[in-house]
Design a protein around this ligand. Sequence first.
Ligand SMILES: NC(=O)c1ccc[n+]([C@@H]2O[C@H](COP(=O)([O-])OP(=O)(O)OC[C@H]3O[C@@H](n4cnc5c(N)ncnc54)[C@H](O)[C@@H]3O)[C@@H](O)[C@H]2O)c1
Length: 338
Amino acid sequence: MIKFGVIGCGYWGPNLIRNFSRFDECFVKTVADLNEIKLKNIKKFYPHIEITRSADDIFQDVEIEGVIIASPVSLHYEFARLALLNNKHVLVEKPMTSSYVHAQELVELSRKKNKLLMVDHTFLYTGAVKKIKEIVSCGQIGEIQYFDSIRINLGLFQSDINVIWDLAPHDIAILLHIVNEEPYSVIATGISHTDNTIENIAYITLQYKSNKIAHLTSSWTSPVKIRKILIGGTNKMIVYDDIEPTEKVKVYDTGYTVVSDEEKHKILVDYRAGDVYSPKIDQTEALYGMADDFLNAIINGAEPVSNMECGLKVVKILEAAEKSIKNKGKEVVLNGDN
Ligand SMILES: NC(=O)c1ccc[n+]([C@@H]2O[C@H](COP(=O)([O-])OP(=O)(O)OC[C@H]3O[C@@H](n4cnc5c(N)ncnc54)[C@H](O)[C@@H]3O)[C@@H](O)[C@H]2O)c1
């Protein structure tokens, strides 16, 4: 039986505790949180779980093999570092850290200690994203030309991170998982409507060396909740609407052919709008799939889907986007010196 310690049982932590409690191979031994009320709530539902106000009790417990971190983002690095230093496997919530240097340091420490470091990019385990990956990988939609995502709602303003660090990790992780090419550069703009200069609306554009583009919209200030991703290929286009209760993914047999009329110096576009179909998607709870992946990686040494390299790349793009926002939309080359 693998014993886990969970740090942070606010909004997301209880979902992790619930899912890890479904496996025979493991159980949550201890939960740490500064908030007594939240700890008491956990005890009410899971009387066998030990509760503590100090995360250190988890790091010092030799019986605990893995630490699950669901604290505010600004604490991810320190908690993950201490867990690895105490020879524990680590599952950290998205984004892995709030700085690229810290994420790199954790990846190196994980290798040095030979302990697993995984990031919970939950969406990679949804039936919808798994199906989209399958459709794109088998070449059905052709060459990807654009990836356009909108993730907006009347969201909780965070005090330690801006809207891109809160919402865009989901879209960036999905993008990196689906598009088999690393973006070349980032251009981002954003605005803060509060006194603390923390942006609540942001637009990120990712440019590629090849003929594709990605655009992500993140906002905590929309009257409606939209979770939509459009992926355009040279043959077909996909619309993924996560708010839809059924038929979240639709594949459009839509496309166009461009013919240049050199004599008239004109571009002629021939449109094609064919059938639309909605594939059947796996309904398993994504968080259960993620927990299963973490366990399988610990027990069998399998490579998790949401591995630390993926977490590292997500942080790299977020940091570049933040830099671009602070420089009024200046292009930041991802592997450059800027
Ligand atoms: N994967 C997803 O879809 C998803 C969804 C929501 C949140 N998250 C992530 O989960 C993490 C937590 O988010 P949340 O919305 O649950 O936040 P939250 O503020 O509701 O919960 C954080 C908890 O951490 C506790 N905490 C703070 N400092 C602590 C300390 N020093 N020691 C122990 N506990 C401490 C707080 O008391 C609080 O209960 C964030 O990283 C967030 O990005 C992921």
